[in-house]
Design a binder for this molecule. Structure first.
Ligand SMILES: C[S@@+](CC[C@H](N)C(=O)[O-])C[C@H]1O[C@@H](n2cnc3c(N)ncnc32)[C@H](O)[C@@H]1O
Length: 263
């Protein structure tokens, strides 16, 4: 069995697991844009990865700008966007902490960053820098849909999630573990294991990293410092008619943030 690391160097497998949710998520983003935002068609996805949501938005006619640090993920995104339309996409290899192209400032109707990607930002300073960059890019009335798991610092168990996907003749089983949070360091160890089996044998891609931890209060303070107000909260399953209360026990949150206008 071959062992590899860094699942973002293998975007086809990432997409085989998560690509199936893209249309549903895009539908939810359209609803957010119409209900809370301007309804306009210029969108931003920081850390756009292999482009599953960028492509879905472009197929609906939107203009999308995005960035990612992974060249492999971006190459996959660019290849799938070749010939896609009627919208257009502009993708750059940049970090989400700093992505704020001058030509797009004040022009974005909807920004979105889902599936806990925000937790890759390793510090409050990085998170703040990111939120300020998004704020500069939003047009008046634009909103940011930011989806990530909040942290329960009392958790002592390892959290496990499992997905299964298929890529041609290959079966992919994706197991993710998140260890209990370290409250002092504000981080939690995470491991992702993709087990791939097919006619040419089997292999494992195992990736480890640390995710930043955010309690409700820590997240609210950050939004306030970045001069965003929280307009609504949803679960990852995104049903516009069913917002969550901020004090909901659910930790998977899509937070709808709007730039605060008053000082
Ligand atoms: C879970 S994937 C999400 C990809 C995409 N947003 C989606 O929903 O499918 C996380 C992505 O974040 C990227 N990433 C991690 N840290 C980043 C950073 N500081 N700036 C930009 N991209 C980053 C990774 O390369 C990876 O493509």
């Amino acid at each position: 069995m071959r062992r590899l690391n860094d699942w973002y160097r293998h975007p086809r497998y990432y997409e085989a697991i998560f690509g199936g949710d893209s249309e549903r998520e895009l539908e939810f983003l359209e609803q957010i844009n119409g209900w809370f935002g301007t309804g306009g068609g210029t969108w931003l996805e920081p850390a756009c990865g292999a482009g599953r949501l960028v492509e879905a938005a472009v197929r609906r006619g939107h203009t999308v700008i995005g960035c990612d640090v992974s060249e492999e993920m971006l190459a996959h995104a660019r290849a799938r966007l070749n010939g896609a339309g009627p919208g257009v996409a502009y993708l750059a290899r940049q970090r989400m902490e700093h992505f704020c192209p001058a030509a797009w400032r004040g022009r974005i109707d909807l920004a979105f960053c889902l599936v806990s990607t925000f937790r890759y930002l390793p510090s409050d300073a990085a998170a703040l820098s990111h939120l300020r960059a998004v704020r500069r890019l939003l047009r008046p009335g634009g909103v940011y849909a930011l989806g990530f798991h909040l942290t329960d610092y009392a958790r002592r168990r390892i959290e496990r999630e499992r997905w299964v996907g298929q890529l041609g003749p290959e079966r992919i089983v994706c197991n993710t573990r998140e260890w209990p949070p370290d409250r002092r360091l504000r981080r939690a160890r995470v491991r992702n294991r993709l087990s791939i089996s097919g006619p040419h044998g089997s292999r494992v891609i195992e990736t480890e990293w640390h995710f930043r931890t955010w309690s409700e209060d820590q997240a609210l303070r950050l939004f306030d410092r970045a001069r965003f107000e929280l307009r609504a909260v949803y679960g990852f399953d995104g049903d516009l008619a069913q917002p969550l209360g901020w004090d909901s026990p659910r930790l998977d949150r899509v937070m709808i943030l709007a730039p605060r206008i008053a000082p």
